[in-house]
Design a protein around this ligand. Structure first.
Ligand SMILES: Cc1ncc(C[n+]2csc(CCOP(=O)(O)OP(=O)(O)O)c2C)c(N)n1
Ligand code: SF4
Length: 311
């Protein structure tokens, strides 16, 4: 395999550092959008100058959840819908880690929906990537919270009677401080957005539209995208909550009509992340917990002592 993975014609970077030494054979189907997330995430890490030992990738269960097996870094393949609590704990214990959580729309917006709301609300410093293919992929294409109304599947053979959720507005209302949508069909923009999201201090939510050619052939994830930042038709202030909300509403409505608008929809600077606020108010020690308890030279302290200290 080439040492370089080219994303754009004029740009080549070495992403091998993030490819496992013994590369597991990806079990994703040919044409699956998940390959694009893997590739763009590797590229974004290189662009941010990260090494694998500075990164933790936590995933849920699903085709998307396998991302942590195909990506070289610290990794944790958690249970369905539970990547965020694990990722939260990691950001509290070690603020120096680049923490990325990832999972599917069923994983993140269905089973883990409650964790999504509260991790956004508390503004934990991490990047959360939701592979949105509008179905449950691994379990063979059942209707998910993002499937459009009328979508036919084995769980709703006559067509879903429910309105899909609107993930971007959900993230905004919950309190995420960086919100973007990108698509597997646009790896250049996806890489840019991943870099920005990781640079951002606080909870960055990325709704990443991925295609599932095996179980969701009708999905509009294949259509060309329109970048809201590049288009004169969509001038809005990404820092203005009301304007962002209006754009998000329009975006999700258009998505349900088969048109993809992508880009950054909301960026709030200056709000301290959960652990930063805890440190500023003296509720958490300045020195990361991980350095106090997992230092090779440190005397081992029993867990009861650790609990007492952080009670
Ligand atoms: C608590 C729980 N419920 C259900 C399952 C079964 N299950 C495994 S993967 C999956 C679907 C995952 O779909 P999604 O999160 O959309 O990810 P995708 O496979 O599409 O990437 C389900 C329902 C499970 N493992 N655990
Ligand atoms: S079932 Fe769909 S989501 Fe899963 S690997 Fe295949 S194409 Fe990708």
């Amino acid at each position: 395999m080439s040492a370089f993975n080219a994303i754009g014609a004029d740009q080549e970077v070495d992403t091998n550092a993030f490819t496992p030494g013994v590369e597991p054979r990806a079990t994703w189907c040919p044409g699956c959008g998940d390959f694009a997330v893997l590739k763009t995430l590797k590229q974004a890490m290189v662009e941010r100058g990260k090494n694998p030992d500075e990164v933790l990738l936590v995933t849920g269960i699903g085709c998307s959840g396998k991302l942590s097996s195909y990506f070289e870094s610290y990794g944790f393949h958690s249970i369905h819908g539970r990547s965020l609590p694990v990722a939260r704990a990691a950001t509290l214990a070690n603020p120096n880690l680049e923490v990325v959580a990832a999972g599917g729309d069923g994983d993140g917006y269905g089973i883990g929906g409650n964790h999504f709301t509260h991790t956004a609300r508390e503004n934990h410093d991490m990047t959360y990537i939701v592979f949105n293919n509008e179905i449950f992929g691994l379990t063979k294409g059942q209707t998910s919270p993002t499937s459009p109304k009328g979508h036919k599947s084995k769980t709703q053979p006559s067509g879903s009677a429910k309105n899909p959720i609107r993930p971007l507005e959900w993230g905004l209302n919950a309190g995420a401080t960086y919100i973007a949508r990108t698509a597997a069909v646009n790896p250049r923009q996806a890489t840019e957005i991943l870099v920005e999201a990781m640079d951002h201090d606080g909870f960055a939510h990325i709704d990443f539209l991925t295609q599932c050619p095996t179980w969701n052939k009708d999905a509009k994830q294949y259509v060309p995208y329109i970048d809201v930042q590049d288009s004169e038709d969509f001038e809005f202030d990404v820092h203005d909550r009301d304007e962002a909300a209006q754009m998000m509403r329009e975006t999700d409505t258009r998505l349900h009509q088969g048109e993809i608008l992508t880009g950054r929809f909301f960026v709030e600077e200056g709000r301290p992340s959960y652990s930063e606020e805890k440190r500023q108010t003296g509720q958490m020690p300045d020195e990361p917990i991980v350095e106090q308890y997992f230092d090779d030279d440190a005397e081992w302290k029993p867990s009861a002592d650790l609990l007492d200290r952080h009670r």
